[in-house]
Structure formats: structure tokens, C-alpha cells
Design a protein around this ligand. Structure first.
Ligand code: HEM
Length: 376
């Protein structure tokens, strides 16, 4: 579907059919990064603390990490980080994730009421990713504000000074953490990445900083919303909630259906690396393609009765984690976190229900499907 002018960025296309989205995400002619079209003219510059906010946003949007680059850099950056996210390594985290989930509920049990986002869905993945990266417990809350401010920098006109100050604080923190890990390496992902950096040319400093930023933000802004949106969807479908309570063995299937139905990442994008014809339409080199993962997940040509939440759905090739070479690296971790979160919530809170009227619910205005709070 063509768009004449996408937010002042020129011609764009929207893909929302399941087969088109899969085809685009697997086709190497569709690139992540405009820079791949003319790499020599666009060297990534280092961050300078006196950069303007638009330069900072530009820097954030073009940070050289696996999510923003194309092969061959993508292959190298993903290989380095993927060692920490193998299904086996993730499975080893199970007892610790369970313990965190239980402790978070212990802390609110007495109150009889909680904000499911602030008290449970948010801290759970943050504690997990912080421990994986070796971020000290006392510093975890710093990242909440930082990721929120920087992740939404483009949506914050008039708050340039705050964005710039936050970015400076964040870079200073990460640089000192890297120096610390270099001196006292631990068994964490950051130490492993520093080691790869020190071993030669495999990772430069910008890439190192940017990869850590990616892992922190991916770990902060996504699983929280799968848990929040998923609980809300179940509360809105009491028959499905009861079914899940009566048979917790279907939790893994239910999590896949919740990813399809209310997955956090609604859209992603690509750039046409050359002129391409699709469905008789001429996509020109440099055109942007907005990819509606949320739309593809509701495609009636792919899913029977797509608008129905069916936690026993068997055929479920949803695209909530994307597809192709950028397929979510954290998917095994996100799945495990969500499965433990739902099992623990349903097991310990059999009478879970909304504590506000549905029309009082608010969403953040971002590219994610993200609840501000969920009082239950
Ligand atoms: C990439 C979704 C959790 C790390 C992606 C992409 C999607 C996605 C759609 C691909 C974007 C594209 O192709 O343009 C999700 C969802 C999550 C989740 C729905 C939770 C429910 C996580 C977690 C981590 C993570 C917990 C790690 C801590 C990554 C990384 C990439 C990525 C590193 C880039 C992979 C690459 O470019 O090769 N994610 N994600 N994600 N995700 Fe996730």
C-alpha cells in the first residue's frame, strides 16, 4: 500500500499481509539501513557531548548494532552477542527467573492490589537482563528513566536539554562500566563483549556501546508489554482465562497466541536497496517500507478466525519476533520469562481481575503496544 509522504520522509509503502511481510523480511534486497546504500559517504561518527538533540536522535537511530545494520556487519555483531542467548543458556536461567517472579509477588501480596506493570511486568525482565549484563542491583532503576527518555526522544519536542543530558549520563555510565569490566571481568555478557572488543578488530567502541544499549532497551521495553498486554487480553476473555487456569500445561501455546494477538512490537521497517516490483507496484531504491507485524498477525489468509483469542491455537506462525536474519535474538528468553510470569500469576492469584474500569486504561504513544499501568 503506497504512502505519498511518510511523516516528511518521502515515499513509503506499508506491508501488512502475512505472505508479503515474510517475503520482505527474508529478501536481502530490503535493507535495514539507508547507509548500506552508500556506506563510504556515511561513516558513523562518535558521540560528542555537545551534540544537538537532533544529532543525538540521528545517532541513536543509526547506532551500529545488529538491529540497525546489514550484512556483513550484521553477521559479525549478531554472532558475538548470540553466544549469550542460546536456548541452553537461557534455560539455565529458569530457577532464577522463577525466584524473581515469586519475590515480586511476595512483595505485593499483602496489599491485595498492584499495578501489574510497575510491580511485576516491568521489574521482572529488567532484573533478568541487568543480571545477565552484570549491572549492579543499585543502578537498575537508573535505566528505567534513561531508556524511556531516549527511546522516545523523537516524541519529546521541547525537552531537548533533558534528552541530551540523559544521553550523556547514559554514555558516561556505560563507558565506566566497560572500564570496570575490563579490569574485573565477570561471567556476564558485558565482560564477554569487552573481551571480544579487546581481542582485536571484531567490535569497535561505538558498536560495543550500541550493542549494550540494544540489549538493555530490548530487555526493558518488550517483555514487559507482552506480560501486560497478555494479562489484559486474558482478563478481557474470561473463558480463555478460565481455560488457562484449569490447564497450565497449555501456557507455552497460550504465550504464542498472546504474541500473535497483542505482541508488543507492532511495526518495523526496511529500505529498498534497489528497484523492486511487487504486486505490479514499482518500489524505488531508497523507498521506505513500513512493515506491520501486528497487521500480518491478524491476516485472515494465514490465521483462521484471526480476531479471536484462542490460546489452544495449534498452527501459529505469528511474526511477533520478526523473521529472517533479524529474527529476535531474545525470543527464547522472552518466551521463558512470559511463560514463568503467566504460570506464577495465575497460580498464585486465582481471583485476578481489573481494579479500574476498562476505559481508564492508557497506552504510551510509541511504536510499541505499551500500557502505562494495569491496576489489578
Ligand atoms: C530483534 C521483538 C524481547 C533482543 C527483534 C525484532 C522483533 C523483536 C520484532 C526484529 C525487528 C526487525 O526485524 O526489524 C521482540 C519481542 C520481545 C522481544 C516481541 C518480547 C516479547 C527481546 C529480549 C531481548 C531482545 C528480551 C534481549 C534481551 C533483540 C535483539 C534483536 C531483536 C538483540 C536484534 C536481532 C538482529 O537484528 O539480528 N525483537 N523482542 N528482544 N531483539 Fe527482540
Amino acid at each position: 500500500y503506497p504512502i505519498d509522504d511518510f511523516f516528511g520522509m518521502g515515499k513509503a509503502w506499508v506491508a501488512f499481509r502475512h505472505d508479503d511481510v515474510v517475503q520482505i523480511l527474508k529478501d536481502p534486497r530490503f535493507l535495514k539501513n539507508m547507509r548500506s546504500l552508500a556506506p563510504q559517504q556515511n561513516e558513523q561518527k562518535s558521540f560528542e557531548s555537545n551534540d544537538s538533540v537532533s544529532q543525538i536522535i540521528e545517532w541513536l537511530n543509526n547506532m551500529p548494532n545488529m538491529l540497525t545494520v546489514d550484512p556483513p556487519d550484521h553477521t559479525r555483531l549478531r554472532r558475538l552477542a548470540s553466544k549469550a542467548f542460546t536456548p541452553r543458556m537461557v534455560e539455565e536461567l529458569r530457577p532464577r527467573i522463577q525466584q524473581i517472579a515469586d519475590e515480586l509477588l511476595d512483595a505485593v501480596m499483602e496489599k491485595g492490589e498492584m499495578d501489574l506493570i510497575a510491580d511485576f511486568a516491568y521489574p521482572l525482565p529488567i532484573i533478568v537482563i541487568s543480571e545477565m549484563l552484570g549491572i549492579p542491583t543499585a543502578d537498575r532503576n537508573l535505566f528505567r528513566e534513561w531508556t524511556h527518555t531516549l527511546g522516545n526522544a523523537a516524541l519529546m519536542p521541547g525537552r531537548e536539554a533533558e534528552v541530551a543530558a540523559t544521553f550523556e549520563e547514559f554514555t558516561r555510565y556505560i563507558k565506566s562500566m566497560l572500564a570496570d569490566k575490563r579490569k574485573h571481568p565477570g561471567n556476564d555478557v558485558t565482560s564477554k563483549l569487552v573481551e571480544a572488543y579487546d581481542e582485536g578488530d571484531k567490535l569497535n567502541e561505538n558498536e560495543l556501546l550500541s550493542t549494550i544499549w540494544l540489549l538493555i532497551t530490548a530487555g526493558h521495553e518488550t517483555t514487559v508489554n507482552l506480560i501486560g498486554n497478555g494479562v489484559l487480553a486474558l482478563l478481557n476473555h474470561p473463558d480463555q482465562l478460565r481455560l488457562l487456569q484449569s490447564d497450565p500445561s497449555i501456557i507455552p501455546t497460550a504465550v504464542e497466541e498472546l504474541l500473535r494477538y497483542v505482541g508488543p512490537v507492532i511495526i518495523t521497517s526496511r529500505v529498498a536497496g534497489e528497484d523492486i516490483t511487487m504486486h505490479g507496484q514499482e518500489i524505488r531504491k531508497g523507498d521506505m517500507i513500513v512493515i506491520s507485524l501486528g497487521g500480518a498477525n491478524l491476516d485472515p489468509n494465514k490465521f483462521a478466525n484471526p480476531e479471536a483469542l484462542d490460546i489452544t491455537r495449534e498452527e501459529n506462525e505469528h511474526l511477533a519476533f520478526g523473521k529472517g536474519i533479524h529474527l529476535c535474538l531474545g525470543a527464547p528468553l522472552a518466551r521463558l520469562e512470559a511463560q514463568i510470569a503467566f504460570a506464577t500469576l495465575l497460580g498464585r492469584l486465582p481471583d485476578l481481575h481489573l481494579a479500574i474500569e476498562p476505559e481508564q486504561l492508557n497506552y504510551h504513544l510509541t511504536t510499541l503496544r505499551s500500557l502505562v499501568s494495569l491496576p489489578v
